[in-house]
Design a protein around this ligand. Structure first.
Ligand code: HEM
Length: 146
């Protein structure tokens, strides 16, 4: 069970990062090209949102089955989690930062839907998805991944 979920989470991460990157660059080119916000642009932002939400689901399952997550180990000194940088990353920083990043994507998606002007839509996607991309890249456990 753990190996399957870990593999899925690790594989799905590529899709999440690629999609956020595509959404951000698409917003930059949309803004620079001053072009209309088309259905294709909407689909890119929506697909990114869906892919990111699915990763939260997989991540949450992983959180409860991973031997690296040590909150639930009985008799474990929880302060050791905070002292070890890898354990702190996997147990706290990574999950929390990824959830914040996906909340930003969700807010950005719903805010752009309410705007009418293409410029405003692209700008919102650039800001919200852009910050999310930085957060995701900043708190991925790279050493575990590669
Ligand atoms: C944008 C969303 C996310 C991305 C891109 C992402 C990406 C990754 C990557 C690349 C790894 C390393 C995989 C490996 O060991 O090969 C990882 C590990 C992990 N992730 Fe995420 N993650 C995301 C969200 C989450 C969330 C929301 C949670 C929990 C609530 C979570 C929990 C974990 C845990 C516990 C590990 C360590 C698993 C282990 O190796 O035992 N992730 N994540």
């Amino acid at each position: 069970m753990y190996t399957v979920i870990q593999y899925l989470h690790s594989l799905w991460a590529y899709l999440v990062i690629i999609m956020i990157f595509i959404a951000v660059t698409n917003a930059i080119f949309g803004l620079l090209g001053k072009r209309p916000f088309e259905f294709r642009d909407f689909r890119i932002s929506l697909f990114t949102l869906i892919v990111a939400h699915l990763q939260i689901l997989i991540g949450l399952i992983l959180f409860f089955v991973s031997p690296m997550v040590q909150w639930f180990n009985s008799g474990q000194d929880k302060s050791l989690i905070m002292k070890d940088s890898t354990l702190r990353l996997v147990n706290l920083e990574h999950p929390l930062t990824m959830i914040i990043a996906i909340i930003l994507i969700t807010i950005g998606f719903s805010k752009q839907k309410k705007k009418v002007e293409p410029k405003a839509k692209f700008k919102i996607i650039l800001i919200f998805y852009g910050i999310a991309l930085l957060l995701v890249l900043g708190r991925i456990p790279w050493s575990l991944w590669f």
